[in-house]
Design a protein around this ligand. Structure first.
Ligand code: ATP
Length: 308
């Protein structure tokens, strides 16, 4: 039997004035998975996540988190989820280690606080108040606060924005460990590599709706064409080559002697091209097959580059 999604969103609409920040969004998050929500600035990622966390009320549609309504059932839901907000949400005059220990004390089975501090490289900030921590330290502390209660589900809003590479790696490791522990993670990110590294499922959202979703592999396979390039003598009969290729392919001589084929580039197409070359006495140099990256798919769907 399939288990119920950890998060189930149907037809979510959230308006700020006349403008719909989220405009009929549907999303399921499988229990125990890592789901990355990708989208350009202003796409509605934070609004969606904050609605799941119970910080914003939906104008229309339904949101269920661990089977509960995030607003009506907030008291029952809050102890079961961990939340890392994009900015702060932490009392700025308190000391880092005090806050973390306090948070741990509110939960029945918290993680080991000292291990977590060590893990996230927060050892040197224990006695420092939150407001005096660097941006990266504040962020790592917010992450620690989100996970210390050993939640069933964590929401991480841009967890690694502005972190140095080492802290970023440590954050990724932590997310992987949460996953191994059966924790469900929903994160927003502007980093394609982060989504590819961590996520079982990626939802690309634009203008308040999910425009594509699947694993990184599925998105790259389904979203766009692939490219095959080679160099050969200039002036080859591209029309004749194209006739040998399956429907939907395109072939072009970009600059003299530099050829590009786009379409469903599979082993059979590669064999067809090399066999056509053999028949025409052409020795192709530098054959390369380029898979479309998640970034290409994203650009194609949204027309926008991801910016932090
Ligand atoms: P980013 O990647 O920049 O964080 P996002 O995808 O998280 O963007 P949201 O923060 O959800 O997007 O914002 C979606 C839209 O709603 C934006 O146009 C934003 O300006 C608007 N918006 C968000 N919060 C409010 C608010 N409190 N009042 C008015 N408009 C808002």
């Amino acid at each position: 039997m399939l288990s119920e999604p950890a998060v189930r969103i149907r037809g979510l609409v959230k308006r700020y004035g006349p403008k719909a920040a989220v405009d009929g969004l549907d999303l399921d998050v499988a229990p125990g998975s890592v789901t990355a929500v990708l989208g350009p600035n202003g796409a509605g990622k934070t609004t969606t996540i904050e609605t799941c966390e119970g910080y914003r009320r939906a104008d229309a549609g339904t949101v269920r988190v661990l089977g509960l309504d995030p607003v009506a059932d907030a008291a029952r839901l809050r102890p079961r989820i961990g939340v890392m907000l994009q900015s702060g949400g932490v009392y700025s005059g308190a000391r880092a280690d005090e806050m973390l220990r306090h948070m741990a004390s509110l939960h029945a089975r918290p993680l080991d606080v000292d291990a977590l501090i060590e893990r996230l490289g927060l050892g040197s900030c224990g006695r420092t108040t939150y407001r005096r921590l660097s941006g990266g330290q504040q962020q790592r502390l917010a992450l620690a606060m989100a996970v210390v209660g050993r939640p069933e589900l964590v929401f991480l809003d841009e967890p690694t924005a502005g972190l140095d590479p080492q802290a970023r790696r440590a954050t990724w490791e932590l997310v992987r460990e949460l996953r191994a522990d059966g924790v469900t993670t929903v994160l927003t990110t502007h980093f394609m590599d982060e989504a590819e590294e961590l996520a079982d499922h990626i939802a690309i959202i634009d203008a308040g709706r999910v425009v594509a979703q699947g694993s990184a592999e599925e998105l790259c396979r389904g979203g766009a064409e692939n490219t095959l390039r080679f160099t050969g003598r200039p002036g080859l009969d591209v029309g004749s080559l194209l006739k040998a290729l399956p429907d939907g392919s395109a072939a072009a001589e970009l600059t003299p002697g530099e050829y590009r084929i786009t379409g469903e580039v599979d082993p059979q197409l590669l064999a067809t091209v090399t066999s056509w070359c053999a028949q025409h006495g052409v020795l192709p140099h530098g054959i390369s097959v380029e898979r479309h990256t998640l970034e290409d798919v994203f650009l194609e769907l949204t027309g926008k580059e991801l910016r932090g």
